[in-house]
Design a protein around this ligand. Structure first.
Ligand code: XIL
Length: 481
């Protein structure tokens, strides 16, 4: 085992409770008793010798982690799990640990989805960020229907049960998520209505009692730069610390819009760190209007680099997590109509300019080589969507990129929410929304190697006119062109 492997192993062996020691810049520190200078020299040699270090390896050499959000439905997609399990060393479940999934009715707990993410993370030596225990959104309806005098008991029980279930397995918990309004007031949700601002301390105390090793965070968006909302978070955590409430860190979601990454990001994280807290970039994405231009992808690379550099410059910044493995599974197109291309990987899971920029910021000695051509799948799909305010047409050209003739085919794809097919051509579509199967007609079922055929449909939509992000032909995944 090389020193690099052993360091990597050590970083990963005690995921939930080790103190990250920096190997950054000229800071003098020790990493597990070995002097930084010695480690840095050894690491340098190892990195230079290695073919292409992963983002995880590069981050670990900086005493930090590189994380990704991951959802259960992606665990069956080898392209995604291969990237998630190699390039990243931290995972945050996208939805699987949220209240509406975990405790959909009072006292009935469903840990299966979250457990599947934990199992994946453990199998790949990744740390896990629990997300989240208390949040106004994706909250089970029964909580908001409770008489207010029962909400505290329900919240403390939920926090206790969930944090106990995952005890010892998680690096950190987002204990309270998104507590603030944009104007800096605490959000007037059911927890605030029931307990006032004291719900935050109550949730933190319950989480600490259930899992003493997990780092306890408050997490929010639009607190990345210095401003009204981050000032409110700053005042809140100062007062929690003063009262002796257990809090270890603040998470900066960082759902950025291209061109709007705040210039005060580093200074803002530093002032929280100066309170003795860890800080983390927890949900990074950088969205742009679609289709993405190459100039915008270049600017995005600069912005990802700046975010990573800001974290590296703050010694208490423990790591950076992006929200989504790639553009194909990102929440952005579904949540912000017309926007997308917000992550490090494109719609075909090929690394984007931002990927190279992050690798270089983390200390890669050269930009990673251009991505290899996508593996020659049995099929390729070129989907051209033309949309207007309430409708769209999609023309999909299928090409047989395999070596044998296809005799009869079914193209499978998931229509984004709100899209309903009203008519189609050159294929039979069923059903008209959700997961759709498009079957060949009598005249276009035979596709010799290299042959193409074009099919299409007209659909209505309710704001999301995005194309499907995954196509299968007779069950095999197609390359998207
Ligand atoms: C998003 C998920 O990615 C989506 O799948 C879901 O539909 C909505 O929530 N802030 C958070 C995350 O803290 O939990 C949100 O995740 C994105 C915004």
């Amino acid at each position: 085992m090389t020193l690099y492997d052993s360091l990597r192993g050590r970083f990963r062996s005690s995921p939930s409770n080790h103190t990250v020691r920096r190997v950054r810049g000229s800071r003098r520190a020790t990493v597990f008793g070995v002097s930084v200078t010695a480690v840095a020299i050894a690491l340098c040699g190892e990195l230079l010798a290695a073919d292409t270090p992963t983002l995880a390896q590069l981050a670990e050499a900086n005493g930090a982690y590189m994380g990704t959000e991951l959802t259960q439905n992606l665990l069956s997609q080898p392209t995604v799990t291969n990237i998630a399990g190699t390039q990243f060393d931290m995972v945050t479940p996208g939805n699987e640990m949220k209240w509406d999934t975990v405790e959909p009715s009072r006292g009935t707990f469903n840990f299966g989805p979250g457990d599947s993410i934990v199992a994946f993370a453990q199998a790949h030596n990744m740390r896990i960020r629990g997300h989240n225990l208390v949040w106004h959104s994706q909250l089970a309806g029964w909580v908001t229907a409770l008489p207010l005098n029962q909400v505290q008991a329900a919240m403390v029980n939920h926090v206790t049960m969930e944090a106990t279930h995952y005890k010892g397995k998680l690096y950190a918990w987002d204990v309270v998520n998104e507590p603030f309004e944009e104007n800096g007031a605490l959000r007037n949700d059911v927890f605030f209505q029931a307990m006032g601002s004291g719900y935050i301390a109550a949730a933190l105390r319950a989480a600490r009692a259930a899992d003493p090793a997990a780092k306890l965070y408050l997490n929010d968006f639009n607190i990345e730069g210095i401003g009204t909302k981050s000032n409110a978070m700053f005042t809140l955590v100062q007062s929690l610390i003063a009262q002796g409430v257990p809090i270890d860190g603040v998470g900066f979601e960082s759902h950025f819009i291209l061109g709007q990454v705040p210039s005060t990001l580093q200074a803002n994280m530093q002032r929280f760190a100066n309170l003795g807290l860890d800080v983390a970039i927890t949900e990074l994405d950088d969205r742009m209007q679609l289709p993405a231009s190459s100039a915008n992808l270049t600017q995005q690379a600069t912005e990802f680099r700046n975010v990573v550099n800001a974290c590296l410059a703050v010694s208490r910044c423990v790591g950076v997590t992006q929200w989504g493995v790639g553009d194909a599974d990102s929440w952005i197109p579904g949540a912000f109509s017309g926007f997308g291309a917000a992550t490090l990987y494109d719609g075909n899971y090929q690394p984007k300019p931002a990927f190279s920029a992050v690798a270089l910021a983390l200390g890669a000695t050269s930009a990673p080589p251009p991505p290899p051509p996508p593996p020659a799948g049995p099929c390729q799909v070129n989907d051209v969507v033309n949309a207007w305010n309430t409708g769209l047409t999609a023309n999909m050209t299928l090409t047989n990129t395999g070596t044998t003739t296809i005799n009869g085919w079914t193209l499978g794809f998931a229509l984004p929410g709100g899209q309903v097919i009203t008519s189609g051509w050159n294929a039979a579509y069923s059903p008209t929304n959700g997961q759709v199967a498009a079957a060949n007609l009598s005249y276009n079922g035979v596709l010799a190697p290299g042959a193409s055929t074009t099919i299409g449909f007209q659909a209505t939509h309710t704001g999301n006119a995005a194309a499907p992000t995954l196509f299968t032909l007779n069950g095999a995944t197609c390359t998207i062109r």
